[in-house]
Design a protein. Structure first.
Length: 233
């Protein structure tokens, strides 16, 4: 069963001093429940834009994205108002980006608690869930440290914990290892594999690297706003 699918997605951006920049050109893609899909391609291929559209952070100019999460009726993203999209992201989708986007004034635990607090959960239960998720990513001993007191690899693991604390069915990861060295890249990818198995995650990840994409069930190659190849492991 496809947990989400994109059909004929087109996207362009208008620039004041130039012609429109076409980013996606009729992209169609279906992601099966529990699948790990890597989008691979050079900068400008359209990977990030596609991820943002799949996650409801942006809207296509043409085409449609459909979701079918567990226990819910299939829906088209265009049918949801902003409140509906926020609910989808708050309960069904976790996001990890190349830059961790942690709030510097908050501790690691507080950063991980934030998605739960924003959807109205009690502070005590949010704190308990955050601590458990930080333990899952190997950082329970760093709960009270602020981002500036953490290494780059630790900051990205906190960002992963924040994405997963809502127990999403889908994890969207945009170049999550882009700012990490080889050791921390390997550690994060191993952690993703473990957490995918433990939580039954569906993962869609963008990367420049075919080596990093090698852990995925399917590698989707993009170039110039189109899918040019799909490889199954």
């Amino acid at each position: 069963m496809a947990i989400l699918s994109a059909e004929n997605i087109h996207k362009a951006y208008s620039l004041r001093s130039a012609n429109d920049v076409v980013v996606l050109r009729g992209v169609s893609l279906a992601i099966e429940k529990g699948e790990y899909v890597a989008l691979v391609g050079p900068s400008g291929a359209g990977k990030s834009t596609l991820l943002h559209i799949l996650g409801g952070l942006d809207s296509p100019d043409e085409g449609e994205v459909y979701y079918q999460l567990d226990g819910e009726t299939p829906c088209a993203l265009s049918s949801l108002d902003e409140r509906g999209r926020i609910r989808l992201r708050s309960y069904g989708i976790g996001f990890v980006f190349q830059f961790h986007h942690l709030l510097p004034e908050f501790s690691a635990e507080e950063n991980v608690m934030l998605p739960l607090l924003l959807r109205g959960e009690r502070r005590s239960s949010a704190q308990q869930a955050a601590h458990a998720m930080l333990e899952a990513v190997g950082l329970s001993h760093r709960c009270l440290h602020k981002p500036t007191e953490l290494s780059g690899g630790e900051q990205q693991r906190v960002a992963l914990a924040r994405a997963l604390v809502i127990r999403p069915q889908l994890l969207i990861a945009d170049e999550p290892t882009g700012n990490l060295d080889s050791e921390n890249t390997e550690r994060l990818l191993s952690l993703l594999a473990e957490l995918r198995k433990e939580y039954g995650l569906t993962i869609v990840m963008a990367t420049h690297s075919f080596e990093i994409a090698g852990a995925a069930d399917r590698v989707v190659v993009m170039r110039d706003g189109q899918i040019i190849e799909a490889r199954f492991r």
